[in-house]
Design a protein around this ligand. Structure first.
Ligand code: ADP
Ligand code: MG
Length: 309
């Protein structure tokens, strides 16, 4: 990037870099972050490409917030405490209005998650945003996909299927009321990474994952890593009033089971353990393999076949 463009980027991003764990932020060759004694570093990176992960007409504020939330969600799923993040930004042009709005979205996420922006990279090309998150874990604790035991109870946070409903609205497959559409778009554009829940579950949940690819797909990761079967009761899925305004119950359940982008947590607790607030019991861990929701779903065909299996 030419120097003038780089100073622009510096102007819009360098003020987001302060935090308790930050010894050195944007401006040098590396950032330096401090871990407390007895802590380990947890790290993950996620990339969002325009036209693939968000529609081209998405507001830059939402692009910034959502790119951070989806990455931070991985820290939540591990029970990690946010330390900082780096952002690799590929831009077609250095547009000041766009950069200003995008940095407002980043700023909202920085403040909500206490996650300073400590560095990054800027290049020219088709719009894409990679967010690397850094978090701290106790030396002897983490929420992993492995560890679920037969008899454990399976929970999810929040409501499921809202992002899938938002996509159906955006692609004009579904016309919810204006209020419901607004709620669903907010859920898609401003996903809430469940950092506080992850921290609460540390030392309590036997396994956890964040739902980025859909409940069935992500629960299958817990099942595979833990060597168990996850049984889900579709009648227990937590659904928002906005999603429930859809006229077809089968579509609602399909979205809740297979829709991605909700960034809620799915986790397992030993039987009888008290669940945290705003979580819903949706099933149980049994001996076996895979995920069983009592339905046969052909998501690849875009519709489902229910059976009396
Ligand atoms: P280097 O060539 O040493 O990798 P750069 O010229 O790429 O350094 O970046 C200079 C400084 O600006 C670094 O501290 C880097 O972390 C920061 N930086 C570059 N792009 C971004 C960005 N998009 N967001 C935050 N910080 C950035
Ligand atoms: Mg350097």
């Amino acid at each position: 990037m030419p120097v003038a463009e780089f100073s622009l980027i510096y102007r819009y991003f360098s003020h987001l870099g302060g935090g308790a764990a930050v010894d050195l932020s944007v401006g040098d060759d590396c950032a330096i972050l401090r871990l407390q004694p007895g802590e380990r570093l947890a790290t993950s990176v996620d990339t969002m490409v325009e036209g693939v992960h968000f529609p081209a007409d998405t507001f830059p504020e939402d692009i910034g917030f959502r790119a951070v939330s989806t990455a931070v969600s991985d820290l939540a799923a591990m029970g990690a405490r946010p330390l900082g993040m780096t952002v690799a930004l590929t831009l077609p042009v250095a547009d000041e209005l766009w950069l200003h709005a995008f940095s407002e979205g980043l700023a909202a996420a920085v403040s909500q998650y206490s996650l300073p922006l400590v560095g990054g990279d800027t290049t020219r090309g088709p719009l894409s945003i990679s967010v690397q998150v850094l978090g701290a874990l106790p030396i002897d604790q983490a929420l992993l996909r492995e560890g679920a035991n037969v008899g454990d109870e399976v929970y999810v946070s929040g409501t499921l299927g809202d992002a899938a409903g938002a996509l159906a609205f955006m692609t004009q497959e579904w016309r919810p009321s204006a209020d419901h559409a607004e709620y669903l778009l907010e859920r898609f554009n401003r996903p809430q990474a469940r950092i506080d829940l992850g921290l609460q579950l540390l030392g309590k949940a036997t396994a956890a994952i964040d739902i980025s690819d859909g409940l069935l797909a992500d629960a299958a990761h817990i099942a595979a890593a833990s060597g168990v079967k996850i049984c889900i009761d579709p009648d227990r899925l937590p659904l928002s009033p906005a999603l429930c305004s859809h006229e077809n119950r089968e579509t609602i359940v399909l979205w809740a089971l297979t829709g991605g982008d909700d960034y809620e947590l799915c986790f397992c607790l030993p039987p009888g353990a008290p669940p945290p607030p705003n979580t819903t019991l949706i099933g149980r861990v049994e001996a076996g393999a895979g995920v069983d929701c009592g339905l046969v779903i052909d998501a690849s065909a875009g519709y489902q076949h229910f059976s009396d299996q």
